[in-house]
Design a protein around this ligand. Structure first.
Ligand code: GRF
Length: 195
């Protein structure tokens, strides 16, 4: 069995989560999602998990010891790999230490460009267009103590065209790149475990 026990962390709509769910159901991924965790009570990502009968948990960040409760849940579920898929919360150093090289994130730009504090959601694509970039894309990387600074696992680009608005660019990158490279990056890590 070369599959990994995945935890997917989300804060929002979870289209990237859906691409992982689909890939586990089609057999493209050998891994299984053992839980989906959100720091937002209302996140469509949680609903997507429930619809696929995957345990879905909301961990309330306004209550004490959020990081400890998150870590406890991940340990309880014996998670091998944590996938941040639109998780809009900084990961605590204690979690990074416990899961070094076992936490990955997807970011909608060609890192190191347009990454770091403040670059999330539409802001990334607004900045790309404002800077007059001719190409953009997405990056899957390991999570370290910095923001969007960890080792890059996979990256893919597309052309930014003159009529792209931030919204159009966001959709293009999500549909044409993110949903596939996130699955491919997990496949790569599955394979590395076998090797
Ligand atoms: C994606 O653009 C991802 O790169 C970023 O947050 C967005 C999440 O989208 N980290 P979704 O919730 O997976 O639809």
């Amino acid at each position: 069995m070369s599959g990994l026990r995945l935890a997917v962390l989300v804060s929002g709509s979870g289209t990237n989560l859906q691409s992982i769910i689909d890939a586990t159901q089609s057999g493209k991924l050998k891994s299984q999602i053992v839980c989906v965790i959100s720091n937002k009570e209302i996140a469509y990502g949680l609903e997507r998990a429930r619809l696929s009968h995957i345990p879905a948990y909301f961990i309330d960040p306004t209550k004490p010891q959020y990081d400890e409760r998150l870590l406890a849940k991940l340990q309880e579920e014996q998670v091998d790999l944590i996938v941040l898929a639109g998780y809009l919360k900084i990961v605590a150093p204690s979690l990074i230490k416990a899961y070094r090289h076992r936490i990955i994130n997807i970011h909608p730009s060609l890192l190191p460009k347009f990454g770091g504090k403040g670059y999330y959601g539409l802001r990334v694509h607004e900045a790309v267009i404002q800077a007059g970039e001719k190409i953009s894309g997405a990056t899957v990387h390991f999570v370290d103590e910095g923001v969007d600074t960890g080792e890059i696992i996979m990256q893919r680009s597309l052309e930014v065209t003159a009529d792209d608005t931030p919204e159009i660019l966001q959709t293009k990158i999500l549909n044409q790149i993110e949903h596939s490279i996130l699955v491919e990056a997990i496949q790569k890590l599955e394979q590395e475990r076998v090797d």
